[in-house]
Design a protein around this ligand. Structure first.
Ligand code: PGA
Length: 251
């Protein structure tokens, strides 16, 4: 049985004052809950604050991006080992905003995935199709291509300690959630594709859904057989919403 994981993706939001309040509320409300894993992926400058407020809590933390390189002349970049210095467990890799706005190709994403894994972080690999790709019947092809790039670099073993997040681009921040059936179909496709390479790894793989998850729709999404929790953007910035979503993942 896979345990569900709910991770918040704060994106470029937050401040020391706002984070203090949000993290303190999450810590108090989620204390003592087993049966699911909770995490927040915060902007890198707030990792120290997050570590200090969440150490000893039921909530893990991570970052939203990393460099594919270990160290060197890469101005502005943050390495896997730097994230480990702040006890990160997770790092989001290949979010559609990074692919679309920062030109991250499938190959760049695969290199980042490998860098995270090699360092001992758990990458949360985002995959998903844009609206035009869905409408032209290309969704599975796009997702297969995104997965194949990672398989080529990290192999199926790379997925043994990784999370995949299916995030249809048309559902991110738009209020348009994929229906539970639409999401389930793609999750099953992802699991089946990887199962053709290694059934055991595919059956244990956590596949999160992301895209306008809210307290009101989390339970029906998480009830689908291949949806193992969520990657939550906007709603992860509101304590009550995020706490409800986390609780919807408890089995
Ligand atoms: P959203 O974002 O929940 O605000 O749609 C999800 C994400 O981008 O990870």
């Amino acid at each position: 049985m896979r345990q569900k994981i709910v991770a918040g993706n704060w994106k470029m939001h937050g401040s020391l004052v706002a984070n203090q309040q949000l993290l303190t509320q999450l810590h108090a409300a989620l204390d003592g809950y087993g049966g699911a894993t909770f995490a927040v992926c915060v902007p890198a400058p707030y990792l120290a604050q997050t570590q200090s407020l969440l150490t000893g809590s039921a909530i893990a933390w991570g970052a939203q991006n990393l460099s594919a390189h270990k160290a060197g002349a890469y101005t502005g970049e943050v390495s896997a080992s730097m994230l480990l210095d702040f006890a990160c467990r997770y790092v989001i890799v290949g979010h559609s905003e990074r692919r679309a706005l920062y030109g991250e190709t499938d190959q760049v994403v695969a290199a980042k995935f490998a860098a995270a894994r090699d360092a001992g972080l758990t990458p949360i690999l985002c995959v998903g199709e844009a609206l035009a790709e869905r409408e032209s019947g290309m969704a599975e092809q796009v997702i297969a291509r995104q997965l194949d790039a990672v398989l080529a670099v990290a192999g199926i073993a790379g997925f043994a300690r990784a999370i995949v997040a299916y995030e249809p681009v048309w559902a991110i921040g738009t209020g348009k959630t994929a229906t539970p059936e639409q999401a389930q179909a793609v999750h099953a496709f992802i699991r089946h594709k990887l199962a053709m390479v290694d059934e055991g790894i595919a059956s244990r793989l956590i596949i999160q859904y992301g895209g306008s998850v809210k307290a009101a729709n989390a339970a029906e999404l998480f009830a689908q057989p291949d949806i193992d929790g969520g990657l939550i953007g906007g709603a992860s910035l509101m304590a009550d919403e995020f706490i409800s979503i986390c609780k919807a993942a408890l089995s």
